[in-house]
Design a protein around this ligand. Sequence first.
Ligand SMILES: Cc1cc2nc3c(=O)[nH]c(=O)nc-3n(C[C@H](O)[C@H](O)[C@H](O)COP(=O)(O)O)c2cc1C
Ligand code: SF4
Length: 653
Amino acid sequence: MKLFEPIKIGKVSVKNRIVMAPMTNHFADKGFVTERMVSFYEARARGGSGLITIEDAIVDYPIGNNTANPLAIDHEKYIPMLKKLSSTIKSHGCVPMVQLSHAGRRAGRVNPDTGCIETTQHRLPVAPSALAHPFPGHVVPRVLRVEEIEAITEKFVQGARRAVEAGFDIVGLHCAHMYLIGQFLSPWANKRMDDYGGTLENRMRFIINIIRRIKREIGEDFPLVCRMNGAEPEGGNTLREIQDIAVKLQSAGINALHVSVGFGPVLWEKGFMPAEAPIGMPEGCIVNLAENIKRVVTIPVITVNKIRHVDFAENILQRKRADMIALGRALLADPMWPYKAMNNKAAEIRPCVSCCQGCVKNIETGNPISCLANPLVGREYEIMLDRVPPDSVKKILVIGGGPAGLMTAIIAAKRGHKVSIWEKENRLGGEMHLAMMPPRKQEFRELMEYLIFRVNSLGIEVKLNTLAGARTVGHFDADAVVVAIGSETMMPTIAGIENSNVISAIKAFEDEANVGAKVVIIGGGLIGLEAAESFSQKGKAITIVEIKEDVGSNMPMLVKIPLLITLQERGVNILTGSSVRKIDLTGVEVEHGGTVKFLDCETVIIASGGKSNHSLEEQIRSAGKNVYSVGSSNLLGDMLAALHNGFHLGAQL
Ligand SMILES: Cc1cc2nc3c(=O)[nH]c(=O)nc-3n(C[C@H](O)[C@H](O)[C@H](O)COP(=O)(O)O)c2cc1C
Ligand code: SF4
């Protein structure tokens, strides 16, 4: 396979064509590499990636921070732990590279809760020009004076020197995603009239000076990689200019180009791909941008963004569309992706479903990343999943074959327990079938199929069409019983809720024939919006009524914004800050700001939260069994919670 052919980046040989894309993870501690971070990267190195790109390391902390808790490289004190990180990666035969970064104006977002710019620790961010990053909440940055630009250039140079001292084999420069270097490069953000603005030559002065001076400091032949944008928003660089930038970077001595895209996780221009293409977007959606660059340079070109399948990645290389494949989220979901690909075990890869729920969403909210599909992300240093000793093997009965039950069963069986699953339906998957009903969410099917594959490969006994009751469970000789029966819709107390025209979102998905042409959805969370998406696609007229001032507040922006755009295009009416007063057979009465109005409809869909039913658990407990309960409890539709709860229970049993 081409994927496993070695390649050279400058003087450095990389054993295969798989690059781990840089991913800020919030595992740093005040800029320092932590043991948690080392274990996180080590798992990916062990998994067989050829080149591991360490996330953005900030060359000017905190004013250049990309998030509130990034990695830093602007002081000697960071070197020892950076060294530990690079040597750990090398010990697995991987090449470590660190990406030097400065966020410029993108750091200047005011936290609406505190009114502060936490990313820069309350400093006004700096930029080429006095233009705020165009997303609500960003402040107008302070314009950099020429001597300050020189000083930041030197900070990149010193960052590169520290990277070399810390044992990294390649230094990366973040020129993409409209961070500071990208801001200088792009007329979208750079309106300067001096030597650093105007012509492309002037806009490139900052990066070219950085490259020249880094080379002077660490040696002409030390490999350098630039990450660059392959497309820009209107008013930014044209394709011709982007290609010119690539050619000039090669002439300046850059040894590989990593072609990405994007200008902020929360900014969306219709038709413009974000840096992390979410669920529903096509696989390999920006490979064409790498191809554009490959046409004009001779150095290796790396492509990225939603490359998920081994065949797809191989095909890109075979067709010479790019020279290397960067995987970000795919390696969060399964660090062993390269190993499995190489050993003909592609079917065993745990798929990323592009939900952004555990990764991007946590970056947005300032938390350490996790992963819906892989609860071990960021916990590699503390959870071992060792096999239990033979005298501790338990017989475990899991009631319910939904996400929480499947995950509990898999982890417990992996640890050596003897596990049986009883599922009342005629198929495994439970709520996952619901999750993949919305048109964009077919990727969830792959995750469900993976979990079922694991159940089978671990030899877990599965009994379908088996309704568990206290008596049948009592007769089953289990050391532990896990009740994983999911949750049911919590029907709000509204006059008319019992009417025949009122159904839960789950029922609506299961029995679409019962949904009329005019629909009111009560609840504008994830499930309500997805129900609106599904039924508006089928031509139904939809109104969503949400009591809060915002809809989809539990969703990552990257998933929410395109969904809202779709709903808007389909004429879905969204009433926020509105409460339902009563329901009758002809519609729903709502109140908004003291005004009452009546919404005619044929069907009312309840998409509010869920509630757990503990009665089975209690009955089994009273029968003297050792019982655990797991699932999304009151978080109906929260797949991440269901899978993570199942994982942690499976690890404890
Ligand atoms: C949690 C997370 C953090 C990221 N942090 C960075 C970063 O620090 N620097 C960067 O250049 N790109 C960053 N990215 C973008 C990724 O490098 C990559 O381009 C993107 O995730 C698309 O690739 P994928 O579909 O394989 O994940 C981040 C992406 C994710 C999901
Ligand atoms: S949280 Fe979702 S998008 Fe992010 S890596 Fe995991 S499965 Fe993929």
